[in-house]
Design a protein around this ligand. Structure first.
Ligand SMILES: Nc1ncnc2c1ncn2[C@@H]1O[C@H](COP(=O)(O)OP(=O)(O)OP(=O)(O)O)[C@@H](O)[C@H]1O
Ligand SMILES: [Mg+2]
Length: 373
C-alpha cells in the first residue's frame, strides 16, 4: 500500500488528475487495471492497463466519474461506497459493467479505501472474460462428448437391423409377381437405396472410432501442402490458397492421415462456402501456422502449442447453426451430412488439442491448437 499512499498524497496535491510521476510508473507495469477515484467518484488516476480496459486515456478519463462510464453503475457504486465506509479492508466482487454500444465488461473488482481523509478509493479490476471463456469451452467439450457417445450408440443400433431390411427387400423383389414386377420394383428399390444411404451415414458416424490412431512424426506443413493440392485439384480456377507458414515450427507426434482429413474437411467446407467468389475469381483460403506459448488445452497447460488457422473470405457460417456446427448431423448445405466438422473435432481431441471457430461475413477462421513437444 506504500505506493498507493504516495499516489493518494500526490492526488491531494494535484487538483484533478494525478500526474504520472515516477511513483506511479510502477503501476503501469501491472497487468491488472488500477483506478483511483476521489470522494466525488471522479477518476484521479488510471494505470496503463486501466486505460486499455476503458479504451481511453487518463487525460480523458480524469474529467469523468468512473460510474458514468457504465449504464448499470449501481452495483459498482455500492462496492466503492462500502469500501469508503471502511466496512471491509478490501472488498471483492464479480461485476458485469454494461457499456453503451459496446460489449459488457466482466471484471473481478477489488476495492480498497485509502488511509487518507480525502475518501479516495483504489480499485483493482481484472477481466474475467478469459476465465469465462475457459469455463464455456470446458462445458462445450463435456457436452459434445456426451452427444457423440449418444450418436455412436444410436448408430450401432441402426446399423444392425439395416442389413436385415435391405436383404428382405432383395428377397421380396425376387418374389414379385411378373405381372406387376416393374411397378412394385420401384418400391423395393426405394427401400434398398434408402437402406444404402443410411448405411453410408452410419459408417461415417462410426468411422473415427474404428480406425486405429497411428502415431508418427508429423510436419504440419506437409499436411497443409497435401490438403492444398487436393483442394486445388478440385477447384483449379478462381480459388487461391495462401500459405502463411512459420517455418520454425517443430515436428510433433501425431496421426498424419487424421490431421490431413481434419484440415481437408475444414478447407473443403471453406471452398464450398466460397462457390460464389470462386466464380468471380477472388475466393481465398489462408493456411496460417504459428507457435502459441503458455496455453491451456482441454484443462491441461502446455508451454508450446501449434496455432493453426484456416481462414476464408466467404459469406460466413449461417447464424442459425453457428453454435452447433461441431455437432453431428448439423449442416447448412443442401446435401450436406453434417459430419465433416464432427470428425475434424474428434481427431483434434484425439491429439489433445482444441478446435474453435470465429465467423462473420467475409471472414471465417477455424483455429486448431495442438500441443507441441
Ligand atoms: N468455412 C465455412 N463457411 C461457411 N459455412 C461453413 C464453413 N464451414 C462450415 N460451414 C457450415 O457448417 C456446416 C457443417 O459443416 P460440416 O462439414 O460439419 O458438414 P457438411 O459440410 O454440411 O457435410 P459433410 O459431412 O459432407 O462435410 C456446413 O454445412 C456449412 O453450413
Ligand atoms: Mg463439410
Amino acid at each position: 500500500m506504500k505506493i498507493v499512499t504516495n499516489i493518494a498524497r500526490a492526488a491531494a496535491a494535484a487538483a484533478g488528475a494525478i500526474p504520472r510521476s515516477h511513483t506511479l510508473a510502477g503501476l503501469d507495469l501491472l497487468a491488472s487495471a488500477v483506478v483511483i477515484v476521489d470522494a466525488e467518484g471522479r477518476i484521479a488516476f488510471a494505470n496503463a492497463a486501466a486505460e486499455n480496459m476503458l479504451e481511453s486515456s487518463l487525460k480523458a478519463l480524469s474529467r469523468q466519474r468512473l460510474c458514468d462510464l457504465f449504464s448499470n453503475p449501481a452495483e459498482f457504486e455500492h462496492v466503492i461506497a462500502q469500501a469508503r465506509a471502511h466496512k471491509f479492508s478490501d472488498l471483492r466482487q464479480e461485476l458485469t459493467l454494461e457499456r453503451p454500444a459496446r460489449e459488457p465488461l466482466h471484471v473481478h473488482a477489488i476495492a480498497s479505501a485509502m488511509d487518507e481523509p480525502d475518501g479516495n478509493v483504489l480499485l483493482e479490476l481484472r477481466e474475467t472474460v478469459q476465465q469465462m471463456k475457459l469455463d464455456r469451452e470446458e462445458r462445450l467439450l463435456d457436452q459434445s462428448q456426451v452427444n457423440k457417445e449418444l450418436i455412436r450408440n444410436l448408430a450401432h443400433e441402426i446399423k444392425n437391423p439395416l442389413g436385415g431390411i435391405r436383404g428382405a427387400a432383395q428377397l421380396l423383389e425376387m418374389e414379385l409377381p411378373p405381372l406387376h414386377l416393374q411397378q412394385l420394383r420401384e418400391y423395393t428399390q426405394v427401400i434398398i437405396k434408402e437402406a444404402d444411404r443410411l448405411q453410408t451415414l452410419v459408417d461415417r458416424l462410426l468411422a473415427p472410432h474404428r480406425r486405429p490412431h497411428i502415431v508418427g512424426d508429423v510436419n504440419i506443413h506437409e499436411v497443409l501442402e497435401r490438403v492444398r493440392s487436393l483442394i486445388l485439384a478440385e477447384f483449379p480456377a478462381g480459388l487461391a490458397i495462401v500459405r502463411d507458414y512459420d517455418a520454425s515450427l517443430p515436428e510433433f507426434r501425431g496421426d498424419k492421415e487424421q490431421l490431413i482429413q481434419t484440415v481437408l474437411n475444414i478447407a473443403h467446407n471453406a471452398a464450398q462456402a466460397l462457390a460464389g467468389r470462386v466464380e468471380s475469381g477472388d475466393a481465398q483460403i489462408t493456411f496460417k501456422t504459428r507457435v502459441a506459448r503458455q496455453v491451456t488445452l482441454a484443462k491441461v497447460r502446455y508451454n508450446l502449442a501449434l496455432d493453426l488457422h484456416i481462414i476464408d473470405n466467404g459469406p460466413g457460417i449461417p447464424p442459425q447453426i453457428r453454435d452447433r456446427i461441431f455437432y453431428p448431423l448439423v449442416s447448412g448445405r443442401d446435401g450436406g451430412s453434417g459430419l465433416g466438422l464432427t470428425l475434424a473435432q474428434t481427431f483434434v481431441h484425439q491429439h489433445m488439442g482444441v478446435i474453435e471457430c470465429e465467423s462473420r461475413p467475409g471472414f471465417t477462421d477455424f483455429r486448431i491448437l495442438l500441443p507441441l513437444p
